[in-house]
Design a protein around this ligand. Structure first.
Ligand SMILES: [Zn+2]
Length: 134
């Protein structure tokens, strides 16, 4: 699924989380079906770093179990770049092990911005991130 649809509430839930974790990178998973997000699951950044993230293994496992038990698919991984840029870093591209959309949050001109990317063969292409209604 090369696009992602989420509600305004889910967008704000992620935005509030990455904002609260700044200046450290924040990360998490998005579960849902057919490109439509059903749940936002923040995961602790075990790297405690402003420039990289490593999901806490236990929290990541619990998040995968929640997604599976709710009959959802892992749609996307999100993380923030509190110091920019708004696109995946070379490390993000090299470490994109899962075939899912990557959502990158970065502080824009006073407001956090989210962009979605599909990473394949060492190349990141932006894909639509659609925010609907509430
Ligand atoms: Zn990154």
């Amino acid at each position: 699924m090369r696009h992602l649809t989420l509600s305004r509430t889910q967008w704000e839930q992620m935005r509030d989380y990455v904002e609260a974790q700044a200046p450290l990178e924040a990360c998490g998973l998005l579960g849902g079906r057919d490109g439509v997000v059903k749940t936002v699951i923040p995961v602790k950044n075990a790297a405690h770093s402003p420039v990289r993230f490593r999901m806490d293994p236990l929290e990541q496992l619990r998040a995968f179990e929640q997604i599976e038990s709710d009959g959802m698919d892992l749609l996307a991984i999100f993380h923030s770049h509190p110091c920019g840029p708004a696109v995946p870093s070379p490390t993000d591209i090299a470490e994109a092990y899962y075939e899912v959309i990557q959502v990158i949050w970065s502080p824009g001109e006073g407001e956090w911005l989210a962009h979605a990317f599909w990473i394949e063969s060492g190349h990141a292409a932006e894909v639509p991130l659609i925010v609907t209604g509430v």
